[in-house]
Design a protein around this ligand. Sequence first.
Ligand code: C2E
Ligand code: MG
Ligand code: MG
Ligand code: MG
Length: 285
Amino acid sequence: DQAESGVSHVAAYTEDINPYSERRLTLMTELRRAIHEDALSLHFQPQVRVSSGEVCGFEVLLRWTHPEHGFIPPDEFIPMAEQTGLIKPLTQWVLDRSLAFCRAMQDSGVRVRMSVNISAINLQERAFAENISHLLDEHGVEPGQLILEVTETATMINPQAALTALRVLYDAGIRLAIDDFGTGYSSLSYIRKLPVHEIKIDRSFVMEMDSNRDDATIVRTTINMCHDLGFEVVAEGVESNDTCELLRSMSCDIMQGFYLARPMPDDRVGPWLYDYRDGTAVPGV
Ligand code: C2E
Ligand code: MG
Ligand code: MG
Ligand code: MG
């Protein structure tokens, strides 16, 4: 996996708390250049319907391989991009590429949804929804095939603006998901007022639910409450077959995790789908 190579460099960035330090500014200049020079890439991680095993979509995850520092994880550079405003062109780039790939897959006979992560800042962009509608038209992708993932925390930074933005996107037919649910300070009483279709239970509750009773209880309770409130539920961080079985017994809707597949580059998606349908990619699903 690419993840290891950049770790030591990343530690250096994490220790560096000044958002305007020389090093960060350099990194952001390089990220800006990376967007224009296509040094960024997207990886895709399958999402599978629990009841049928059908692949219903892919989450799009941004990858940046720096010429000197190697792999830099998104958890490191996304926050910096948010602080510098670079997140706007970055999200636009991710959306454009994701929809192009969605279209390409559809042309090859595979109709799936694309889940794209967006930031709080994007929800405050003036023409965000308009730009997306334009991209959907351009690529010939139906709005219901695009899912935007936004964290609960992101919706709370400027709640009124976020609510308005979500409403516009929702009304345009785009699907909306609350990401990392359970890790922020919000609650279901807050979430239930948001115009969203699905809730993604944070992987910290899912990863060990096959051996940790409390985690299993939290996941089961969350699924039941979300269903009662009319949301679909996605479990992320599925790492074992036991967890798949548990999620099935809890009537979870969709699952995603290393047990099914790690995020992969676009040219691996076709072969993976082939193996998956063949039954050789993931035992027991
Ligand atoms: P996220 O949206 O919650 O994405 C899921 C993360 O969990 C991904 O990490 C994925 O590789 C990882 N993951 C998936 N299955 C498993 C599993 O079974 N076990 C474990 N331990 N991890 C699993 P990644 O790719 O490093 O992304 C981290 C975060 O960076 C994402 O969390 C998201 O918040 C952010 N991010 C990634 N791409 C983008 C992007 O294009 N735009 C924005 N705004 N944020 C992004
Ligand atoms: Mg996500
Ligand atoms: Mg998440
Ligand atoms: Mg996250």
